[in-house]
Design a protein around this ligand. Structure first.
Ligand code: SF4
Length: 228
């Protein structure tokens, strides 16, 4: 299995987009701009990816190259045997979150804005990596991330499979806690794959959430037989 580190990740930020996306209200725009610039200066975006093939699907078990097995209803439903997928871990490092903690002593509002900047920058880094994967896999890709939505379609415990497979702490300094959370916090992991039907976890997640990217269409309930 070949691992690839991507260091050169541009963060193409836009102040208006950030304010709208993160619903930043009642903070002076000049102040927000300064905080956004601080975040960009502090962020150290990096990604680790590997392209592997799906070997076998049995029930909710998805066997991939390198003897690794994901257990996930959504992956077993949406992937096909022989299909190439990209497993990824992306981070912007811990500088932004550390600065936000410092800033909290001075202003909780500014700290909140910087935290939101961190999320925004991570989404920008992710967008860039997704574009790279899309051009290599040659199709519209969906992202499947452990623990997203209600967590029942791809359990957060499946982070262990990704971390065992790629050992991201060695390559880009991302660690997994006992509770399957990533350190630095502004990190993201999962599987990118071409999927006939677009999958966005929000579609099956009933939570009231300001980060929602697609409307809720109902609880995912497709029943699938095993296939090899
Ligand atoms: S609605 Fe919010 S909590 Fe649910 S999957 Fe989307 S971003 Fe996550």
């Amino acid at each position: 299995m070949q691992l690839e580190v991507i260091n050169d990740i541009p963060l193409n930020v836009n102040l208006k987009e950030f304010i709208e996306l993160k619903k930043i209200r009642r903070v002076d725009e000049i102040e927000v701009k300064k905080i956004l610039e601080t975040g960009v200066a502090l962020a150290k975006p990096k990604a680790l990816i590997t392209f592997i093939n799906v070997k076998k699907i049995d029930g909710i078990k998805v066997y991939v190259e390198g003897e690794h097995v994901f257990e996930s209803k959504i992956l077993s439903d949406r992937l096909k045997v022989g299909q190439p997928i990209a497993v990824y871990v992306i981070t912007i490092g811990d500088n932004v979150e550390r600065k936000a903690s410092e800033l909290a002593k001075e202003s909780v509002v500014k700290a909140f804005v910087l935290e939101s900047v961190g999320d925004y920058l991570l989404s920008k880094a992710r967008e860039h990596v997704k574009g790279i994967v899309e051009s290599r896999l040659g199709g519209k890709i969906s992202s499947f991330a452990p623990g997203t939505g209600r967590g029942d379609l791809f359990d957060i415990k499946q982070q262990e499979v990704i971390f065992r497979m790629m050992e991201p702490w060695k390559h880009i300094g991302v660690y997994l806690t006992e509770n399957f959370l990533m350190i630095p916090r502004k990190s993201s992991s999962g599987v990118f794959a071409v999927s006939e039907e677009e999958y966005v976890a929000c579609m099956y997640c009933p939570r009231k959430c300001e980060n929602r990217r697609k409307p809720f269409i109902g609880v995912y309930g497709e029943i699938k037989c095993s296939q090899t």
